[in-house]
Design a protein around this ligand. Structure first.
Ligand SMILES: [Zn+2]
Length: 295
């Protein structure tokens, strides 16, 4: 009876609106209670995915609320309610919200980079979800241009496309996707060339045992993770400074791989060379996704 009822109502609505009824992936669901006569509209989210590059350091991926006032605005955050004036989420989300005329947005990233790391190469897959959009037929080229113009020099997006919830699910799984990093490292003293080639050799095809870094202990469970490094390359810049490229399993904390985090990450660059090592600048050069996660 329920199905028959839906079909009949669907036919009538089709006639009046001249729209096609889509039972599998509806944009709007009309809930009818035949006994009370109540009608309720449920507007489903609009999902747009793409890739973003973060060209500068100092911008977080998501909006970061002020710890003091939790977003209400106080003297510590100059009334903004935020710890950082802008974020990747807002730089992409605000123009999206304007064109879709929705209520709010939610931002989903395939993992995240640190605030002080750039995201380069092809960029990181993301999806922006507009809740209760009034407009769904969006010119994605023009949205791309608007975002890239307003966020010029900071954030750049590409490959915008309409996607389903399944894509967003796959995208979130891609947090564990392989990554390619570039990091410059400064040592406490000069290191001989011979030691540097040993470093690259030791870290290539190596399993790293990493206890949760102290800096993220407040939000991550304290456990030991085993992460694989496929390849490590070392380039000498100065006697006490190198540039490394690290192709590794997703979820490896690179800063701790350098410093050793007081023995919590082993082996580490500091441990292998028996020298103090400090990461200076970190860039994500690539997020390597599988076919089904590809955006
Ligand atoms: Zn505040």
């Amino acid at each position: 009876m329920r199905n028959e009822f839906s079909r009949e109502i669907g036919k009538e609505i089709s006639k009046v609106t001249k729209k096609v009824v889509d039972y599998k992936r509806p944009e709007i669901v009309i809930l009818v209670n035949p006994f009370s006569g109540q009608v309720h509209l449920q507007v489903n989210s609009l999902l747009i995915a793409g890739r973003y590059r973060k060209l500068v350091r100092g911008i977080p991926q998501s909006k970061w609320l002020c710890a003091e006032c939790r977003g209400n605005g106080c003297s510590r955050c100059n009334g903004t309610g935020k710890l950082y004036p802008e974020s990747v989420e807002e730089l992409i989300g605000e123009p999206t919200l304007e064109v879709t005329e929705g209520e709010t947005i939610a931002f989903h990233g395939a993992g995240r980079e640190d605030i002080d790391a750039r995201m380069l190469g092809q960029g990181r897959p993301f999806a922006v979800e507009t809740k209760k959009p009034k407009r769904r037929f969006i010119d994605l080229n023009s949205l791309t241009q608007t975002v890239n113009k307003r966020a010029k020099g900071k954030v750049e997006i590409s490959n915008l496309q309409f996607v389903t919830k399944d894509t967003v699910r796959a995208l979130k799984r891609a947090e564990g996707a392989q990554k390619l990093y570039k990091v410059t490292v400064e040592f406490g003293k000069s290191v001989r060339k011979q030691k540097l080639s040993e470093l690259a050799e030791t870290l290539t095809n190596a399993v790293i045992h990493q206890k949760t870094p102290r800096r993220v202990l407040h939000r991550r469970a304290n456990l030991v993770r085993e992460k694989y490094i496929y390849k490590a390359k070392v380039k000498r810049l100065k006697p006490d400074k190198i540039e490394m490229q690290i192709h590794c399993q997703g979820g490896l904390y690179i800063k701790e791989l350098i410093t050793g985090d007081e023995g919590r990450t082993t082996p580490s660059v500091a441990e292998i060379l028996n020298v103090e090592a400090k990461p200076l600048e970190l860039d994500v050069l690539n997020v390597i996704t599988t076919k089904e996660e590809a955006i």
